[in-house]
Design a protein around this ligand. Structure first.
Ligand SMILES: [Zn+2]
Length: 312
């Protein structure tokens, strides 16, 4: 399922965004934001509403749990010997994320590794809160990710959503594998959304079945600074797409950083009525490829515009 592909999104945007968490209207408003560079007022109100952002935490796979909010994800990958957390949320949402982890029956203190996709505040803004709450955890980003996060935090000084970033801890490199208990999480440098963006591959288990899951670190073109960055984004998308087509151990499952981007908000509801033997609703290689293709088409159009802008 690909919410970005929904032609009906504009119609739905007006009425439902202020009452519930739903992919299509959020995607539509983010598209306006991306195209115009101006935040639609409805989107601003939605992002500020703690009530609308609340998502009940849920078990997506035996060892993978959603602990994020409506518009931005956080994933907890668990093992008996410690856990990995993907992304930190921010501001008023980081402590409720820790509460979500408790609610699912895990102790946040068992988190050994926090990996951050990139330096924007919605993903990295909670790092300082987490660092204080999780003294045993290592925090990892790419070198450029650490730099971007520090810069982004510095630029927020004096603003209502000002935040501070922790000092660099672990520096991720392309292909690096982090091991916590039996979790093996592989980092990929996937520049584009920001130049320091990382993506992650890991195994998600469903009963006896193993699925290769992937978190794309950055999906939007809302922070583009020139054609080279768009070129990098396209190259990263191609690389990720190739992972879905690999002859051995292909990626089949996109555990997204933004649930509205691929309809996770809706598809996760299918987990509830699932019966033994039913396919897993989040294992959807075709849908993942369609999303990557859509992102690539948008990026190719943007590349033309950015090259024109640079030439003039
Ligand atoms: Zn971002």
């Amino acid at each position: 399922m690909c919410a970005f592909a929904s032609g009906a999104a504009h119609v739905a945007a007006q009425d439902s965004l202020t009452t519930r968490c739903e992919s299509a209207p959020i995607a539509a408003l983010f598209k306006v934001f991306g195209d115009t560079g101006r935040m639609p007022p409805d989107l601003g109100r939605f992002l500020q509403s703690a009530a609308l952002q609340k998502v009940e935490p849920y078990q997506a796979f035996d060892n993978v749990h959603y602990v994020g909010i409506c518009w931005v994800s956080a994933w907890l990958i668990t093992s008996p010997k410690g856990h990995v957390l993907v992304d930190a949320l921010y501001g008023p949402y980081t402590q409720p994320m820790l509460d979500n982890i408790h609610k699912l029956g895990f102790d946040p203190k068992d988190i050994r590794q926090v990996v951050l996709t990139h330096g924007h505040f919605d993903h990295a803004g909670g790092a300082a809160t987490l660092k204080a709450a999780l003294p045993a955890a290592r925090f990892a980003m790419t070198a450029e990710g650490w730099r971007e996060a520090a810069q982004s935090a510095a630029e927020s000084t004096g603003r209502p959503n000002a935040w501070t970033m922790i000092d660099p801890d672990m520096v991720l490199t392309d292909g690096q594998v982090l091991q916590v208990g039996d979790i093996r999480l592989q980092a990929f440098e996937t520049p584009g959304h920001t130049m320091g963006t990382a993506s992650f591959a890991f195994d998600a288990f469903d009963g006896g079945r193993r699925h290769r899951a992937f978190t794309v670190g950055g999906l939007g073109l809302n922070a583009i600074k020139g054609p080279e960055q768009v070129e990098a984004f396209i190259a990263s998308l191609r690389r990720i797409r190739a992972l879905t087509e690999a002859s051995s151990d292909p990626v089949t499952t996109h555990l997204t950083t933004h649930a509205f981007s691929n309809g996770l908000t809706e598809s996760k509801e299918l987990l509830k009525g699932r019966r033994p033997g039913d396919p897993h609703p989040l294992v959807d290689p075709t849908g993942f490829r369609a999303q990557l293709d859509e992102l690539q088409s948008g990026a190719e159009r943007r590349l033309v515009a950015e090259r024109d802008k640079k030439a003039n």
